[in-house]
Design a binder for this molecule. Structure first.
Ligand code: IPM
Ligand code: MN
Length: 364
């Protein structure tokens, strides 16, 4: 089959890791006889440098004209001036919102061979296998009013958390549906003891729970959930959280997987339905890691696993997705370790990790 993919590496280590995602995609093409037509676009800081803005009309068009977007990361110290008129991160927020990808699916899988690279005890990590669904196009990231202004009493800065019932329902539904295909447990995260948005969130979760009597629904306050993620992570199956809570909880959850560099994500504009692929955006959950950018040592696994999620959710290539995931597993089992997942010295560079995974996918 033939597919069109937009590739946007972005800034920092974004392009380096995305290159390996693309190489692994091309290996899938050779092994399974598919053609992937790639078009490359600049977004974030590199777009600010070239065009003065982080999200151009070209990128807007590309995100609509393709079957999926494979994304790296955006941002960096070069564009960090708090008084700057434009920031790279706005490009990411714009593309998410333009594509309407409200559900950000972040699986957290623990590979037993990496247990010694995590600061947590091996027995705490045993049996950890969860998916966090982060709401991606609402809440504090988008709602107005926001901004900073001078008042006679001093500077005031404000952000707004706002959710409609519909926004809450559609993302929770993604969680319930995913739970049905897994261990049928859903943890709905909120701060309903304090926040009005969270009280609505909890009410919607409770109402939806009646539609899914086969799924065991629990409500958890975000602070308690953060603690349990580290103390008893294997108790979680599917977690659903609003935008900011989900952002924070998944960086925390990456410690279970030994490194932020390991975790992939899929951002979708609808509930995933087997056999009905839809347009999506795929990005590792890590940032641009400016401290290691350009050194060839970043971990490309998050990008490669994001590409596998793209095969599954946007291209309907289930078998191919599983082949990529197996290739990652075998490669890790064989001892390939970038610096971030190594308890001793790194055994491979970014490109060598890519080589090993490409080799394991086959199709040379
Ligand atoms: C992520 C990142 C982004 C976010 C930043 C770069 C805007 O942290 O994808 O998790 O907060 O969503
Ligand atoms: Mn984040």
């Amino acid at each position: 089959m033939e597919f069109n993919i937009a590739v946007m590496g972005g800034d920092g280590i974004g392009p380096e890791v995305t290159d390996q995602g693309v190489r692994a995609l091309e290996a899938v093409g050779r092994a399974f006889g598919h053609t992937f037509n790639l078009s490359y676009g600049d977004i974030g800081g590199i777009s600010i440098d070239k065009h003065g803005i982080p999200f151009t009309d070209d990128i807007r068009a590309m995100s609509g004209d393709n079957d999926a977007v494979l994304f790296g990361a955006v941002g960096g110290p070069k564009w960090d001036d708090p008084n700057a008129a434009v920031r790279p991160e706005q490009g990411l927020l714009d593309i998410r919102s333009h594509m309407g990808v409200f559900a950000n699916i972040r699986p957290v899988k623990v590979y037993p061979w990496l247990a010694d690279a995590s600061p947590l005890k091996a027995d705490v990590l045993e049996g950890v296998d969860m998916v966090v669904v982060r709401e991606l196009t609402g809440g504090l990231y988008y709602a107005e009013p926001r901004g900073r202004r001078q008042t006679p009493g001093g500077i005031i800065a404000e952000d707004t958390m706002r959710y409609t019932e519909g926004e809450i329902e559609r993302v929770l539904r993604v969680g319930f549906e995913l739970a049905r295909g897994r261990r049928r447990k859903l943890t709905s995260v909120d701060k309903a003891n304090v926040l009005e948005c969270s009280r609505l969130w909890r009410a919607v979760a409770t109402r939806l729970g009646e539609e899914y009597p086969d799924v065991d629904l629990e409500h958890a306050y975000v602070d308690a959930c953060a603690m349990q993620l580290i103390s008893s992570p294997s108790r979680f199956d599917v977690i659903v959280a609003e935008n900011t809570f989900g952002d924070i909880l998944t960086d925390e959850a990456s410690v279970l997987a030994a490194s932020l560099g390991m975790l992939p994500s899929a951002s979708l504009a609808q509930v995933p339905v087997e056999g009905q692929p839809s347009v999506g955006m795929y990005e590792p959950i890590h940032g641009t890691a400016p401290d290691i950018a350009g050194r060839g040592i970043a971990n490309p696994v998050g990008s490669i696993l994001s590409m596998a999620m793209m095969l599954r959710y946007s291209l309907g290539l289930t078998e191919e997705a599983a082949a990529v995931e197996r290739a990652v597993e075998v490669t890790l089992q064989n001892g390939a370790r970038t610096a971030d997942i190594s308890s001793g010295a790194a055994t491979v560079s970014t490109v060598e990790m890519g080589d090993a995974i490409v080799g394991a996918i086959g199709g040379a």
